[in-house]
Design a protein around this ligand. Structure first.
Ligand code: NAG
Ligand code: ZN
Length: 371
């Protein structure tokens, strides 16, 4: 994989650094000063342009003290983020805006759960950086497709989390460019720690490992020990997983468009699977899935159990995250009932009109006779 060089795009950045961009930056800055909504899970990421999201990410690194504590070059941070942006593809779902949302949710959780009081700064850096990098160069087709279609990625990674391995490899290819390496001032030991931590978190985002990771966390959560490295690693894995699939935590107006994006990406995959004669999952089939059916099971059996487990450690997320999930589940269940009722009516109407069609000639004759 050849990464998109951020050098090339440096020019583009210069161009948008005109007076117009200054006003945008100023507006964002005022926004940050007075209404720090970017700290909340309710933040609406849809209304921002890529360069505004980039400024926001940059701001988070400064605000968390990562730039200062790790002696990062602020210009390198800007170049790195721009390079990150350029290495996300324009998929319906797995795009730079998704990267932004996941990182913004991570930032919200760091604030909400007071993680800076509980974890060393290096773990905060790992959490944020893994979130930023976690879907780099996602091709829009999932691991199962990669494996079944025997793609280059599946071959390279021997079918073992090919996508997550790739996202991670691209992340470190980017860091290997000196002008994008925010860790350039780290000693080799510190770099090793960041690298290991980031790899572990990005690989944890493979949903095939969901049960395994959540079970492992459940075993630790009751006697959770912040001094136990294994416990902390497991917590970080669960946190990035939570952020990665956190759209339904957001307000309905923000969350719902993401379902359309995800279905669009699923349909793209299932269409391709059909045309290539590969197995198709019913939940990805445009003939079979609806928004409520796609979401209800996911919210009930994946999201709520995971967030409720995290809630044992951070009770403050109940109101901010778990409650919105329950509301979303209830709303989709209502929508499904409406869908089902509509389908029933449609079926009845079809039967009725079929019956009427059969009767029609008779009725006609009767009417003619009566006239
Ligand atoms: C990936 O796609 C396959 C269909 O090819 C599906 O069975 C599988 O559940 C999907 N995985 C995820 C994590 O969505
Ligand atoms: Zn993701």
């Amino acid at each position: 994989y050849k990464i998109n060089r951020c050098k090339k795009k440096k020019k583009k950045n210069k161009k948008i650094k005109g007076s117009k961009d200054m006003t945008i930056t100023k507006t964002i800055y005022m926004y940050f000063l007075y209404i720090p909504t970017y700290m909340l899970p309710t933040f609406d990421a849809w209304q921002w342009e890529p360069n505004e999201m980039l400024s926001c990410l940059e701001h988070m690194y400064h605000d968390l003290g990562l730039v200062k504590d790790f002696n990062m070059n602020p210009i390198t941070l800007k170049r790195w983020l721009l390079c990150i942006h350029d290495n996300y593809r324009n998929n319906p779902f797995h795009n730079f805006r998704h990267c932004f949302c996941v990182t913004q949710m991570m930032y919200s959780m760091i604030c909400l759960c007071n993680l800076q009081e509980k974890l060393p700064q290096v773990d905060i850096l790992i959490l944020m950086t893994a979130a930023v990098c976690h879907d780099l160069d996602h091709p829009g087709y999932n691991n199962t497709y990669q494996i079944n279609a025997r793609t280059e990625l599946a071959v390279r990674y021997n079918d073992l989390s090919p996508l997550e391995n790739h996202h991670c490899a691209v992340a470190f290819q980017i860091f290997s460019q000196p002008d994008c390496n925010i860790f350039s001032k780290f000693d080799p030991e510190a770099f090793k720690q960041i690298r290991q931590g980031t790899i572990t978190l990005i690989l944890a985002t493979d949903m095939a490992r969901h049960g395994e990771i959540l079970d492992s966390f459940k075993q630790k959560v009751d006697g959770f020990d912040y001094a136990d490295e294994e416990h902390v690693t497991c917590l970080k894995m669960v946190l990035i997983k939570c952020c990665d699939i956190s759209n339904e935590v957001r307000p309905m107006e923000v969350a719902e468009p993401w379902v359309d994006c995800l279905l669009e990406e699923y349909f793209m995959q299932s269409d391709r699977e059909k045309s290539e004669g590969l197995p198709v999952a019913p939940f990805m089939d445009r003939e079979k899935v609806t928004k409520p059916t796609a979401q209800i099971g996911f919210i009930k059996f994946v999201l709520i159990p995971m967030f409720e487990t995290v809630m044992k450690l951070f009770p403050q997320i109940e109101e901010a995250m778990v409650q919105p999930l329950r509301e979303s589940r209830d709303r989709y269940e209502e929508l499904k009932q409406i869908d089902d009722a509509m389908n029933e009516v449609q079926v009845l109407q079809m039967i009725q009109s079929a019956e009427e069609e059969e009767r029609e000639p008779d009725d006609w004759r009767e009417e003619e006779v009566s006239v």
